[in-house]
Design a protein around this ligand. Structure first.
Ligand SMILES: Nc1ncnc2c1ncn2[C@@H]1O[C@H](COP(=O)(O)OP(=O)(O)OP(=O)(O)O)[C@@H](O)[C@H]1O
Ligand SMILES: [Zn+2]
Length: 518
């Protein structure tokens, strides 16, 4: 708007100047009796305005050119982006929102802080697992302060040719200063901010250096706040974390029970929900889920309800949505061989029986309907919100994970590739027990790659001992409960799925689950 008014004034003054010039030179029109001094004044004003216009326009084009020449469609850079997201769209994360309130106060009333000589942090680093709302929160800070939001990802600055990444960083900050107040959000900042090499000439180092230069050059005149996000804080260069740069680190983790309930409530706000839906129940079932997964469940449930021609989203739709998000899409018309189906049924029954016996997690459903890459799965969740796990509970988790393979071995005297994912998870747990939790014969010690205390062979031997111990426990339990395992497997072969209640009925009826767990 301001720009338009400036242009109208400039055009009008230019026309007047030309008429006055013509009048002065030829004295033919005589439209005004302005003195020569007044005429010169008008020409000077017009000239300066014209010069100013050209310069600012040139600068803008330069910024645009520097961005566009990199052949990227940087929409985020080129248009004013003021998100209409606010803190009420971000559920949970109360402490983080409180902390960010200070930044919001500063942007909204920076004068107050300047008067006190206070300098607000320029750089804030969000770290934590993906999908936990880091981008959403940064957007909400921009929304709450009516600031421009410039989104970019660290990988956009990683280029082959020296200087290109640095040029892009320059362009980004120029744009941010011009449209201030601005929140710059750089996702995956580790792509440019990881520790530098000794050889400081490569492209990545130049990009990081440019980022540091820009952050050091923040002035009080323009309000530019940069929020970086990473899930590998340990990879970042020390220089980036120094005071005055990214000196505030905020961990954003998976939501707890209350936060999951709040996130569900945010995402069902505009959806017709049937009264059979119990959000508290859904939140309990979704322990360990990220905000992004919960948002996806709410959306999937709505899609499933539409497909089933329902007027409201009910509990069945939500349960189907959870299954879809956890296990992937149901494979239509699967072509699983009869023999394979038989193995899968015994494998899943193995997980379920051992899980039930060790009271590992609450078993919600067992299925041999292929979904995603899995030929079968056991849907389970912890019966209470847990933050600490004992050594025995970790052992039990590994035993349950290995129970699928143990069932195959006992029932068919053969093992299959179906345990690939179980083995991966179990090995990771065992490795954590040895290296991070001090739960092996190596004692109370934390082992990381940078402080080599033990050879890789020593660590592997410890991991292998845990895995072998757990596998032999799983074999014992399965052997002692083979009859009941077969009943569960047969039920699955006939009906494809078995839910919690059916499993309980079967086990109670028989009441013959052998407690040979320990
Ligand atoms: N706390 C939350 N409240 C409401 N919605 C959330 C929350 N956390 C995540 N979501 C939902 O998940 C989506 C994805 O979250 P977002 O992109 O902010 O995660 P992220 O931590 O930036 O992930 P990544 O590291 O993968 O970029 C959001 O758009 C939102 O719909
Ligand atoms: Zn398995």
């Amino acid at each position: 708007m301001k720009n338009k008014l400036f242009k109208i004034c400039l055009v009008s003054l230019t026309i007047i100047s030309f008429i006055l010039l013509y009048d002065t030179l030829f004295r033919s029109i005589n439209i005004s009796n302005l003195k020569i001094g007044e005429r010169i004044f008008i020409w000077l004003v017009t000239g300066s305005m014209f010069f100013y216009y050209k310069k600012s326009n040139g600068d803008r084009q330069l910024v645009m050119a520097s961005i566009n020449s990199d052949k990227k469609s940087d929409d985020n850079f080129s248009k004013k982006n003021r998100p209409n997201v606010s803190f009420k769209d971000v559920a949970g994360l109360e402490e983080v929102k409180e902390e960010m309130q200070e930044i919001i106060d500063f942007i909204n009333d920076s004068e107050k802080f300047h008067k006190m000589g206070a300098k607000i942090p320029n750089g804030i680093l969000f770290h934590g697992p993906p999908g936990t709302g880091k981008t959403l929160l940064a957007k909400a800070v921009a929304g709450e302060t009516n600031s421009t939001f410039l989104y970019s990802s660290g990988s956009e600055f990683v280029e082959k040719y020296v200087g290109v990444g640095a040029k892009r960083i320059r362009g980004l900050f120029e744009k941010a200063r011009k449209d201030s107040p601005t929140i710059i959000f750089i996702d995956e900042i580790d792509a440019i901010g990881c520790k530098r090499n000794m050889d400081s000439n490569n492209e990545k180092d130049q990009t990081l250096n440019q980022l540091l230069v820009e952050m050091d050059g923040f002035s009080d005149k323009s309000t530019v706040i940069i929020i970086g996000a990473t899930n590998r804080l340990d990879l970042l260069d020390e220089a980036l974390l120094r005071p005055g740069r990214f000196d505030r680190h905020i961990y954003i983790g998976n939501p707890n029970l209350k936060a999951r309930e709040d996130i569900f409530n945010v995402h069902i706000k505009n959806k017709p929900i049937d009264k059979s839906v119990n959000i508290g129940d859904l939140s309990r079932k979704t322990h360990g889920f990220t905000g992004a997964q919960l948002a996806s469940i709410a959306n999937e449930a709505a899609i499933i309800a539409v497909r089933n021609k329902k007027k409201k989203i009910d509990n069945i739709d939500f349960n189907a949505a959870i299954e879809r998000v956890v296990a992937g899409l149901e494979v239509k018309h699967p072509t699983v061989l009869k023999k394979e189906r038989n193995i899968v049924a015994h494998h899943e029954a193995g997980h379920a029986i051992v899980g039930k016996l060790l009271n590992s997690d609450m078993i919600q459903k067992i299925s041999i309907v292929p979904r995603g890459e899995a030929l079968g799965y056991v849907l389970n969740f912890p019966d209470e919100e847990r933050y600490l796990l004992t050594q025995q509970e970790l052992y039990n988790k590994i035993i349950v994970l290995l129970a699928g393979r143990a069932a195959e071995k006992i029932c068919f005297d053969e093992v299959t590739t179906g345990a690939q994912n179980d083995l991966k998870k179990a090995t990771k747990l065992a490795n954590n027990m040895v290296c991070n939790y001090g739960m092996s014969s190596l004692g109370n010690i934390s082992i990381d790659e940078t402080h080599i205390r033990y050879s890789i062979d020593t660590i592997n031997t410890e991991v292998k001992t845990i895995m072998e111990d757990c596998y032999s426990k799983a074999l014992d339990i399965i052997r002692n409960n083979e009859h009941i395992l077969k009943e569960v497997a047969n039920y699955l072969l006939e009906k494809e799925t078995m839910d919690k209640e059916q499993l309980d009925i079967l086990l109670n009826k028989k009441d013959n689950l052998s407690k040979t767990a320990n």
